[in-house]
Design a protein around this ligand. Structure first.
Ligand code: NAP
Ligand code: MG
Length: 493
């Protein structure tokens, strides 16, 4: 075995016969341009701001590309293009024709699936397995699904006429860059709206790749405009007078700023915000399956998931057993190069996010919780964090209340159903939850009492374009996905 391979080889502690040799996806299978301009009115245009910023690979800290920084004048230009496209073309086009464009985008994402997956992983740090098997196919599926609705709105809203709203301003986060763009763009186009979308500063590249596809698909100019930038760019979209709808996915803090900014205007909004999901394991659950679900819920994708199962409640009689199984499984997780097809836990998205996670880990220790981390070695370059669990956590601890958005799990025990329902509901958030039990009656009892938008039973983090997603309380309002996902983009007459 060569020295290089030996160095990257992961020897599993519990099964010494299993050794995975690295299976590195090839960077060269994807084309990343050194510079990207703004995608406005069907063309890539230099920013009026004349400013650019770099996006890096968080696993290596290498610069991947230089990306335009849209200023206020650029936002104005993009909104004007979207307005003109709406008035002159898109709202007048027969719905079945609109659907063809949306189908075309879906098919082109499938055709370029490998390239999308590579770029997503390079730009954001998530394991290639995740980008390849989840993000990219699910993004394509969203376009397929909403293409199907475009000419069937009369069945979605019987006896009503569904009219588009106009120009939608869409702002998305860095954890699912392509998928969030699909969640936003597909229903907007299907219902006859036009779009100005801003991806997150650290992960703009798959949205820009999508812009190339949109150009190639011959979508009428201005129907989708993709402009890159920072928080100010997002604020300029939110505050623009000619925007009819804001669709935002991101933090609760920015969600509140947006809510204040649009108060008193006619802008409609959907806000998909943070979460602090509880996974609950009852003593009658299939424990190995449950532990796998918990691991998947918090460690895969580095915990960069709004619905990450970042709290765990285990029934007292199986508590010790579950903790041991969790620790054993944590030792078999492969942490490191996201481009390796074996990797389970990739890079943290940015230096800032790593610092935030590390602050919470320190806080958990200061709060008196007991920490356990995987023994794995972390790569020297890039932003990485060991899978971490805390036991002996109190309900009031900040690590049990606040969104950490990293691979950190806060664990508590419980005795009765009522106790765990109260504990699970006792945060400011309400995005998702998970229940692990053999009894259907228990599942029905809990799901009716949990204040969470999604409750998974004996599984976790499962998504489908046909099912709605969204939160309660500080996790936001409005639903995306499914039939419900059409509502926020129409007015019914
Ligand atoms: P964030 O800081 O709120 O940023 C989200 C987006 O808003 C980014 O494009 C950001 O631009 C932009 N932005 C920042 N300040 C703004 C402002 N004042 N006005 C308008 N836009 C502004 O969130 P994040 O850190 O990127 O993402 C993580 C958060 O998203 C987590 O809280 C997570 O739970 C949440 N999330 C929720 C869902 C859901 O469906 N509920 C899904 C995924 C993620 P920059 O990137 O340039 O700062
Ligand atoms: Mg990046």
């Amino acid at each position: 075995m060569s020295k290089a391979i030996k160095k990257n080889t992961i020897q599993l502690k519990f099964d010494s016969a299993r050794v995975y040799e690295p299976a590195i996806e090839s960077k060269s299978a994807a084309k990343i341009k050194p510079v990207y301009d703004l995608f406005i009115n069907g063309k890539f245009e230099k920013p009026l701001s004349k400013k650019y910023f770099n996006t890096i690979n968080p696993a290596s800290e290498e610069i991947l590309s230089s990306v335009a920084m849209a200023g206020k004048a650029d936002v104005n230009k993009a909104v004007l293009a979207a307005r003109n496209a709406y008035e002159r073309t898109w709202k007048k086009m027969p719905a079945a024709e609109r659907a063809k464009y949306i189908y075309r985008i879906a098919r082109m994402i499938q055709e370029k699936a490998r390239e999308f997956a590579i770029i997503e992983t390079l730009d954001g740090g998530k394991p290639i397995r995740e980008s390849r098997d989840f993000d990219v196919p699910t993004a394509a599926n969203h376009f397929f699904y909403y293409a199907g609705w475009a000419d069937k709105l009369e069945y979605a809203f019987p006896n009503r006429k569904a009219m588009p709203l106009g120009v939608a301003g869409q702002i998305i986060p860095w954890n699912f860059p392509l998928l969030m763009a699909a969640w936003k763009i597909a229903p907007a186009l299907a219902t006859g709206n036009t779009v100005v979308l801003k991806p997150a500063e650290t992960t703009p590249l798959t949205a820009l790749k999508l812009a190339e596809i949109i150009q190639e698909a011959d979508l009428p100019p201005g129907v989708v405009n993709i402009i890159t930038g920072a928080g100010d760019t997002g604020a300029n979209i939110v505050n623009h007078a000619d925007i009819n709808k804001i669709a935002f996915t991101g933090s609760t803090a920015v969600g509140k700023i947006i809510q204040r900014a649009i108060a008193g205007t006619n802008k409609k909004a959907t806000l998909e915000l943070g979460g602090k999901a509880a996974n609950i394991i009852f003593d009658d659950a299939p424990l190995d399956q449950a532990v796998e679900g918990i691991i998947n819920g918090i460690f895969f994708n580095q915990g960069h998931v709004c619905c990450a199962g970042s709290r765990l409640y285990v029934q007292e009689s199986v508590y010790e057993q579950v903790i041991q199984k969790l620790k054993d499984r944590m030792e078999t997780l492969i942490v490191g190069n996201p481009m390796d097809k074996n990797t389970d836990v990739g890079a943290i998205n940015s230096r800032e996010q790593l610092a935030t996670i590390q602050r919470y880990i320190k806080l958990g220790n200061q709060e008196g919780a007991e920490m356990y981390q995987s023994a794995c070695a972390l790569p020297k370059k890039g932003f990485f964090c060991k899978p971490t669990i805390f036991t002996n956590v109190a309900q009031s601890n900040r690590i049990a209340q606040e969104e950490i958005f990293g691979p950190v799990l806060a664990i508590q025990s419980f005795r009765t159903d009522d106790e765990v329902i109260e504990k699970a509901n006792n945060t400011a958030f309400g995005l998702s939850a998970g229940i692990w039990t053999d009894k259907g009656s228990k599942i029905f009892n809990l799901t009716s009492k949990m204040r969470a938008g999604v409750v998974w039973a004996n599984t976790y983090n499962k998504f489908d374009p046909t099912s709605p997603f969204g939160g309660y309380k500080e996790s936001g309002y409005g639903r995306e996905g499914g039939l419900h996902g059409l509502f926020p983009y129409v007015k019914l007459v």
